[in-house]
Design a protein. Structure first.
Length: 364
């Protein structure tokens, strides 16, 4: 297949293993966009206000999401916090909660209650290993802790390595990996360590992120060479690397009103999640980073759907869905924003104005 010219692509429903669904009216606006982006299974992040630190709250939130977006399989997570003891892990596992998200304290949006001392959680990690829960890591250090010339993600990689050595059976996901070094580090670990790759890290670099509030996110997009390693990683097809959009909606005015460099971190890609992955790959082909025919339907199905489900030990998509997604070139363009009917809630889309495939759901 030549991705830049193909007119029609058929894929299994995608699994987006990293989404931010937020709360209240913003949640009601963004949850339905999961389906629009071609996704039937979504792993939901717990950095709400306040963060999701009890099993009860996670289950309540799951119900709210299911009401807002019927038909989506929401995989849920707890926010790692001193109250997440081995007992809570046992209860969470019994309740069907899938993962626990580790935010180093203060590294990103709503992470003030995050982890300051990793060792304090070793018993919790042991319990997670025992109950086969997934540890989802935001792999960055605070700016004050990164040696000069090292990115916040690169400075975190030794911690990933040592956690993996100490808990070799614990399934760990390095979320939204953004550097060539992170890709290498994940490859060097055993099969229990994987990583998600977003759509936007396939097309943004530090130059975009510095000056466009809609391209600003954590981890900050890096150099063109890092972006191109991510593209090649997708093209190569390695089961350790699968799709997690990290779509992170913020109200439009908080982006546009912010002083330069002060916008809240997060790129909103959910309504075009699948198509934006394709755009990033198409750009990579146009630059000659990967060959014209480097991306097959199989490559896309693996990255967008199969590999993530497999790592999470979910049933194969063919066993759980009677649907497929069909992408057709009809000259559609990404609108500026997604808005509620009364206009009170609005979120700006990534790559607004760019031409994308139209996505339809059909019976197989
Ligand atoms: O850009 C980001 N936005 N990165 C994160 O880690 C959090 C997210 C958010 O919740 O807004
Ligand atoms: Zn995130």
């Amino acid at each position: 297949m030549h991705l830049r010219t193909v007119e029609r692509i058929e894929l299994p429903p995608a699994a987006d293993m990293h989404v931010h669904m937020r709360q209240g009216d913003l949640m009601k606006l963004v949850a339905p966009t999961v389906v629009q982006g071609g996704v039937d299974t979504a792993f939901v992040m717990p950095n709400l206000v306040p963060p999701l630190t009890t099993v009860e709250r996670v289950l309540e939130y799951k119900k709210e999401l299911e009401a807002a977006a019927p038909g989506v399989n929401f995989l849920m997570s707890l926010f790692l916090h001193p109250t997440i003891t081995p007992e809570v892990i046992e209860k969470a596992s019994a309740a069907g909660i899938t993962g626990v998200k580790l935010y180093p304290q203060g590294v990103t949006t709503n992470s003030d209650a995050g982890v300051a001392d990793m060792k304090a959680f070793y018993d919790t990690f042991s319990a997670m290993e025992k109950h086969d829960m997934v540890l989802n890591i935001h792999g960055e250090v605070l700016e004050s802790l990164a040696p000069k010339g090292t990115t916040l993600e690169e400075a975190f990689l030794p911690t990933l390595q040592s956690l993996h050595e100490r808990f070799p059976k614990l399934r760990i996901i390095l979320e939204h990996c953004s550097t060539a070094a992170a890709v290498e580090a994940v490859k060097a670990c055993g099969p229990t360590v994987a990583a998600t790759i977003t759509a936007h890290h396939l097309y943004l670099t530090e130059t975009d992120a510095c000056c466009n509030p809609f391209a600003f996110c954590k981890p900050i997009p890096k150099k063109a060479t890092d972006r191109d390693v991510l593209i090649r990683t997708v093209a190569e097809g390695n089961p350790k690397f699968f799709f997690g959009s990290d779509s992170a909606p913020h109200l439009l005015h908080t982006k546009t009103d912010a002083e330069p460099g002060k916008a809240p971190a997060g790129v909103f890609t959910q309504p075009f999640a699948t198509q934006l992955v394709l755009l990033g790959l198409q750009d990579g082909i146009a630059r000659g980073e990967i060959a014209e025919d480097a991306i097959s339907e199989e490559t896309l199905a693996n990255f967008l759907s199969h590999y993530g489900r497999k790592f999470y030990k979910l049933p194969e998509v063919s066993a759980t869905s009677t649907k497929k997604i069909v992408l057709v070139r009809e000259g559609a363009k990404i609108p500026q924003s997604v808005r509620s009917a009364d206009g009170s809630v609005e979120v700006g889309n990534s790559r607004a104005g760019d031409e994308v495939f139209t996505l339809k759901w059909e019976e197989k």
